[in-house]
Design a protein around this ligand. Sequence first.
Ligand SMILES: [Zn+2]
Length: 151
Amino acid sequence: MRLCDRHGCEEPGACPAPKAPNSPDRWYFCQKHAAEYNAKWDYFEGLDKAEAEARAKAERRDNSGYAEASHYGWAGSGDGSRSADEMRALDVLGLEADADFDTVKKAWRARAKEVHPDVRPGDEEAAKAFQAFQVAYEVLRQAEERRTWKG
Ligand SMILES: [Zn+2]
């Protein structure tokens, strides 16, 4: 059995976590260390802070009727509530907290298409947005996998 990648930890490492945004390399942590790692990991890396804030604001503006409070009160099925990273990922994709994975996939495809490097060659802003969508999708895909495995 694979052990947690955290040095000195001997729990089974069942939780994959990307080593860097957009990286296919994964750490495998036990639940406790995965949570610790996720809490520190900033998937907005690559966007500077002002940009990330501007984007988050624009996302909120685009979602009229969007109840921000529902983000924090939401508790789903399975292992309980969504992580802060999942919430931010949903925000990046302009989705509600209770969006199912099909909705996530559709939103990601539509948004990624608009800013795809093939469509916007040499556009640095678009490239960053594309990267953010990819990472957001990856966060949600992994969360979905974790839920499915437990199912
Ligand atoms: Zn561990």
